[in-house]
Design a protein around this ligand. Structure first.
Ligand SMILES: Nc1nc2c(ncn2[C@@H]2O[C@H](COP(=O)(O)OP(=O)(O)OP(=O)(O)O)[C@@H](O)[C@H]2O)c(=O)[nH]1
Ligand SMILES: [Mg+2]
Length: 159
C-alpha cells in the first residue's frame, strides 16, 4: 500500500487581483507570469484556481458554491492592503462543517496590516488557519505548499 498522505483538493477563491494565480503558479512550481483568469483552472486532482469575478459578482456565485461542495479545502485569498471582505452569500452554508482557511497575500506592501486583515477575515467567517505570504518570501510559500499539497511536494520542489 502507498505511504503517500492524501491531502485532498483545495480551491482558491477571492477578489480580482488578490494574487490567486500568481500564488497558484508558484505553489505548483510554474514560473510563468499570471494572466487574467477567465475560467476555473484545474491542476490535476490537487488544486483549483478561480477567477475573481466568480467571487465578486453575485450572479456568478453559483459556480463557486457548486464547486465548493466538492472540494476538501476552501481557501480564501485576501490582499494584505484590502479594506473589506464579504464572502459570497450561501458559501458558508454549503461548506458547513468544514473550516475555511485564508491566505493574506502581498505582505510585502507598505500598506500591509495583518492585524486589521485578520480581524476582517474572522468577522467574515474564516475560522481556519490564516497564512500571511508574499511572492517575495520563499519560506512563506514553502510553508503554505506543505499545508496545501503535503510535505512530499516540498521535498521535490524548491520554493
Ligand atoms: N507586491 C505584490 N504583488 C503581488 C503579489 N502577488 C501577486 N501580486 C500582483 O498582483 C497582481 C494580480 O495578481 P493575479 O495573480 O493575477 O491575481 P488574481 O487573484 O489571480 O486575479 P484574477 O485572476 O483577476 O481573479 C499581479 O500584478 C501580481 O504581480 C505579492 O505577493 N506582492
Ligand atoms: Mg487569477
Amino acid at each position: 500500500m502507498s505511504q503517500a498522505v492524501k491531502v485532498g483538493r483545495f480551491m482558491l477563491i477571492g477578489p480580482i487581483g488578490a494574487g490567486k494565480t500568481t500564488l497558484f503558479n508558484r505553489l505548483f512550481g510554474k514560473d510563468e507570469v499570471a494572466r487574467k483568469t477567465q475560467a476555473m483552472e484545474f491542476e490535476g486532482d490537487s488544486g483549483i484556481d478561480t477567477p475573481g469575478e466568480y467571487f465578486s459578482h453575485p450572479r456568478l456565485y453559483h459556480a463557486l458554491i457548486t464547486m465548493a461542495a466538492d472540494v476538501d479545502r476552501l481557501v480564501y485569498v485576501h490582499p494584505a492592503d484590502g479594506l473589506d471582505c464579504r464572502l459570497p452569500y450561501g458559501l458558508l452554508e454549503v461548506y458547513a462543517g468544514k473550516t475555511i482557511d485564508a491566505i493574506v497575500t502581498k505582505m510585502d506592501l507598505p500598506e500591509a496590516d495583518l492585524r486589521r486583515v485578520t480581524q476582517l477575515l474572522r468577522d467574515a467567517g474564516v475560522s481556519g488557519q490564516i497564512f500571511p505570504v508574499s511572492i517575495h518570501d520563499p519560506a512563506a510559500i514553502k510553508h503554505l505548499r506543505g499545508h496545501l499539497l503535503g510535505l512530499e511536494h516540498n521535498l521535490m520542489e524548491q520554493a
